[in-house]
Ligand binder design. Structure first.
Ligand code: 13P
Ligand code: SF4
Length: 340
């Protein structure tokens, strides 16, 4: 079955040649990654999409990634996803309207202060457009620190959405003492005017269930079982977990750390299990152990069958489209990130 699907994908790829490019995120299944022309973290893939001249871009990842590719690609290029229902629950934890409400309240509580919004790339096009229109910037987990520096050069209060963990972890690295939490489901954001007026960073209450699954007990167990191991986690993890780990960074950072670790050493990894398993298979001379198995069900939705079917039919229902008015403002925020 797999062999037949692989042969169909290979045939479609060779038929399309340079007119097609396939982008694959690090969390994709191993057999999908094998067909990707570009593999990487969110930042690298956004850059690859922006630099591509292919007529058709196929994004094997989750929806916000396809959407960012669509916004950054040229108008005559077309962007498709093997499963357009593969969303990111964290990205859906903020919408443009709720962001506007938060903005009004935060700016009213801070007369005379300049608020700069930053959105994690794991967000809807609407939220990126909101940020772009207000002079803000997109970041990924690989450049959140630089985005904070960029924002602090332009203002004195950051609104970070939608990931509370990446926002908090980055604020801690930047030495911020006053971090307020904005809960979009609580009346008035669940925060007082006094707290907002004191805040250096306001973080949105959103999270990734794949990464907040890891707890301090997992780190403790890993230290007991592998006392000499390096423990690396993704910055979407809880701040206490990031603090207890030896290193944290984007998926590309994790891949790089594994590559640079000498054979024989143990690395315990706190991120999505497909990447951890693929690294274990690719580097059999290192002892690569998951902090705990945690799967992103949305990344897992893309499989060989859907990829083969897409490449053979290019069904328009699988094409990513973004309203041009939204795309224009979202592009501003994405392009600011590209210049960091
Ligand atoms: P990276 O930018 O590190 O690839 O992360 C994307 C993501 O969705 C992590 O959950
Ligand atoms: Fe979204 Fe988490 Fe899946 Fe990344 S791992 S795509 S943040 S749900």
């Amino acid at each position: 079955m797999h062999e037949e699907l692989k042969a169909r994908i290979a045939a479609a790829k060779s038929k399309w040649g340079d007119r097609l490019t396939i982008l694959g995120h690090h969390y994709q299944r191993r057999e999908i990654v094998a067909f990707a022309d570009h593999v990487g973290d969110s930042f690298k893939l956004a850059r690859d999409a922006a630099a591509s001249d292919a007529e058709r871009i196929v994004f094997c990842g989750v929806y916000f990634m396809g959407e960012s590719a669509r916004i950054l690609a040229k108008p005559d290029q077309r962007v498709f996803m093997p499963d357009i229902q593969a969303g990111c629950p964290m990205a859906d934890m903020a919408d443009g309207e709720d962001a506007e409400l938060a903005w009004t309240r935060i700016t009213q509580a801070n007369p005379g202060r300049n608020v700069v919004p930053i959105t994690y790339v794991n967000s809807t096009a609407d939220v990126k457009a909101f940020v772009g229109a207000r002079g803000g910037i997109v970041c990924t987990s690989s450049n959140a620190g630089k985005a904070f520096d960029w924002a602090m050069e332009r203002g004195d209060l950051i609104l970070f959405l939608p990931d509370e963990m990446l926002g908090t972890n980055t604020a801690i690295v930047k030495g911020k003492q006053h971090i307020a939490l904005w809960d979009p489901h609580a009346p008035e954001g669940g925060v007082t005017d006094a707290e907002l007026a004191k805040a250096e960073v306001v973080v949105w209450r959103g999270y990734c269930h794949v990464h907040t699954l890891f707890g301090l007990e997992d780190i403790k167990r890993a230290r007991e079982q592998h006392p000499k191991a390096t423990i690396v986690v993704h910055p979407e993890c809880l701040p206490a977990v990031v603090d207890a780990a030896d290193a944290n960074g984007s998926t590309a950072f994790i891949v790089n750390l594994v590559q640079e670790t000498p054979p024989g050493d143990t690395i315990v990894i706190g991120t999505e299990i497909n990447l951890v398993r693929r690294l274990a298979q690719s580097f059999p001379d290192r002892n690569i152990v998951p902090l705990s198995p945690s799967v992103c069900p949305n990344m897992y939705k893309t499989d060989l069958k859907k990829l083969a079917s897409l490449l053979e039919t290019f069904d328009e229902r699988l094409e990513v489209t973004v309203d041009e008015a939204v795309a224009r403002d979202a592009r501003l925020a994405l392009q600011r990130m590209m210049t960091l």
